[in-house]
Design a protein around this ligand. Structure first.
Ligand SMILES: [Zn+2]
Length: 376
């Protein structure tokens, strides 16, 4: 194994592992990363939540501990290729005009590669006042399954004083992201022949009433100045057996994005009240929002590093997607957390996904500088 890999080469190695989720099968990729870090003195722990669904926690102990660990977080699963044909081979690591193409280049194997290479740079420091930890997860793309498993093992995660989540942000430091609460609303009625509707109880009518209540629903709070307001969208409705029966069941799925000042549990309670007791509410995804005060001293240092490297003061902004931080930040007791990675936000989950090679190198530099400041 070549220890001198650069950002391009390591990202290329990582995308060569097909970790499309489902089925994921992250184990070979996790073991490759584990071996790379083990050779530089990291202690490696694998944690599988299902066959070949392998998380990795790598830890390099401090030379003298004075603060909690610096944690890098990233996932190694990717979304499927999609229906549209690709014009490049998705696992070959083709390079064209300064861009590395392939599934997972932006979301987020370039970010994982940058985290690993920065950690290897930091491992060479003669003095490190905190542990360096990499939490590399499986199964992020379908609801953070991997880190949900890790969150049940606090002894494995250890502590954390600051966290970097290398999801694609075009190297812009993001102070958080919205939460996601995906619900299935089940309305039930009584079936009857379509010619005698008075003998039934129409579940579609109930669902329509429910949807009207959702359209009028008010979260009862002001939009957050950085993250914006909570949103609600009815995404699907499934109901009815045939034209000549009264439907006795209807399902409506709702995608709610929560913001600073809310908890998903609190919003769910609000909806229970708004919809009434006849609706059965099932939870499909439950990821709380992530937010760090931009004035937090460590976040200010991250901004200063980014300004120094990229030449302009970062905007205070948040990402549109959710990430493993929804699980890891609370599991770690709410450390300051930045979402910062070399991938292009617009490329996540796209056909012909790519990452700009320059951005990977710049990100390694940023992570190394942030780490030096924290560990020194
Ligand atoms: Zn991602």
């Amino acid at each position: 194994m070549n220890e001198m890999l650069n950002g391009l080469e390591l990202t290329r190695k990582l995308i060569a592992f097909n970790t499309i989720n489902p089925p994921g099968r992250e184990r070979p990729c996790a073991e490759y990363i584990g071996e790379l870090l083990r050779r530089s003195g990291f202690a490696i722990n694998y944690s599988e939540y299902d066959t070949d669904r392998t998380n990795l926690v790598a830890r390099l102990p401090a030379t003298a501990v004075t603060r909690k660990a610096l944690v890098f977080s990233g996932h190694i699963d990717t979304v499927p290729l999609g229906r549209a044909p690709w014009s490049v081979a998705p696992f070959e690591g083709e390079v064209h005009s300064g861009k590395l193409y392939g599934r997972g280049t932006s979301d987020m194997k370039s970010g994982v590669a940058a985290s690993i290479l920065a950690a290897l740079n930091l491992a060479k420091l003669s003095e490190r006042k905190a542990d360096i930890v990499l939490v590399i997860s499986a199964g992020e793309e379908n609801g953070c399954e991997g880190v949900l498993h890790l969150a049940k093992q606090p002894e494995l995660l250890g502590d954390c004083g600051a966290m970097i989540v290398a999801e694609p942000t075009d190297n812009r430091p993001m102070v958080g992201h919205k939460g996601a609460l995906w619900l299935d609303l089940a309305f039930s009625g009584v079936t009857a022949h379509g010619s005698m509707p008075e003998q039934g109880d129409n579940a579609i009518y109930k669902a329509c009433d429910g949807i009207q209540a959702l359209r009028a629903f008010d979260f009862g709070m002001e939009a957050h100045p950085v993250m914006g307001g909570a949103t609600l969208n009815v995404g699907t409705m499934q109901a009815g057996m045939n034209i000549n029966s009264v439907p006795d069941s209807a399902h409506v799925s709702v995608d709610i994005r929560t913001t600073v000042g809310q908890t998903n549990a609190g919003v769910r309670d609000q909806l229970v009240k708004a919809l009434g007791p006849q609706v059965k509410i099932g939870t499909l995804t439950d990821m709380d929002h992530v937010y760090t005060d931009p004035q937090d001293p460590w976040m200010q240092k991250v901004f200063a590093v980014c300004e120094g490297l990229f030449g302009e003061a970062p905007k205070i902004e948040t990402a549109a997607y959710f990430s493993d931080a929804s699980v890891l930040k609370p599991a770690y007791g709410d450390p300051p957390t930045v979402i910062l990675g070399p991938g292009a936000m617009s490329m996540a989950h796209q056909t012909d996904e790519y990452c700009e090679i320059d951005k990977i190198d710049a990100c390694i530099e940023a992570f190394t500088a942030i780490g030096k400041d924290y560990l020194g």
